[in-house]
Design a protein around this ligand. Sequence first.
Ligand code: SAH
Length: 236
Amino acid sequence: MTWRATVLTIFPELFPGPLGTSLAGKALAAGIWSCEAVDIREFGEGRHRSVDDTPAGGGPGMVMRADVLARAVDSVAKPSDSRPKLLMSPRGKPLEQARVRALAAGEGVIVLAARFEGVDERLIEARALEEVSIGDYVLSGGEIAAYALIDACVRLLPGVMGKEASGAEESFEAGLLEYPQFTRPQEFEGRPIPEVLLSGDHKRIRAWRQAEAERLTRERRPDLWARRKGDGPKSE
Ligand code: SAH
């Protein structure tokens, strides 16, 4: 069955955009997933199809209207549609690989990519939108965040990447960052490939990669390291 991504945006021409290239693009052409962009302006107010207004209480910028967005959301999120309704938002829960995996295993996503200062809070409540952040920084719009979320999901769909995407060895899959990778030439500017990787001894190679993944995670992401549980003792 086709995994369906529907993006609500005032810039529908941005989709599929970069998602139409490379592996995601091939999978799109093959019908493994679909990408529909819905123009929020079609649900706007008045002759100018206005979607935003000044913030209640004053302050800078504009806020996207609840009534306009509700019409846009309701045009795609029919009661029979079980896809989660996501709002890209720096206030949201930071996106992680486990959530990406769960989303990829479902029927698809409905993504609201906001603009301006954000959206009327009542819309978020009334349509039970799940706020999702792609990191602690502020983008000028939700479209680039939607690219990130959809791309992360699509590469996990069966038939998109081959077996490496489902491999447990990628960053985050085992609560660890990935081990360092090398390829030819055997020596680069005086730096050789670690001897163990040329040994052909798969047991030693696996142990080296595991140790390196643990070292990198401990050094770079103490937060991930601390959260890690299950596989083996937490050597320190
Ligand atoms: N005034 C808001 C930021 C608005 S940025 C605030 O301070 O929280 C405009 C839009 O870009 C947001 O509504 C959201 O849809 C998107 N956006 C910006 N940063 C994002 C992030 N880190 N993750 C996901 N979406 C983001």
